[in-house]
Design a protein around this ligand. Sequence first.
Ligand code: FES
Length: 145
Amino acid sequence: MDELDEFCQGLQIDMDKKVEEAYGKKIAEIWKNLKYFNVLEKGDGIGKLTGSCGDSVEILIKVKGGKIDEISYWTDGCIATVVCGSLVCDLAHGKPLEEAEKISGEDVLIELPKLPEDHHHCAFLAANTLHEAIGDYYRKMQKQR
Ligand code: FES
């Protein structure tokens, strides 16, 4: 490991520690193991929303047999939004569309009770972006008929 690698690893460890101190263990665990944070490629439905804070979230879904077969997201937002986006994708992955569209910001807050109140809007931004992606999928399907 060269000096730069060691420096970067040190920064990452320091940041992970700070996330755990600020947001608790569960959020820190999601933060360290982000599963769906990807540069978005072409999909069946895409949702893009910008919150009142000015941060944006994009969610892309691929649908197979009426279920969310693949999902990914991207955000330029805060740590809370990165974590909420990951959780929303995890909750939606593999679910039938009718179930996935019911996933709400409240569901995210139930899963992440330590999310600070001034970041609750990040949970709603992530969930609402999922709804946009599902809505986009339905609109595209409608046009094909
Ligand atoms: S989405 Fe802007 S503060 Fe979290």
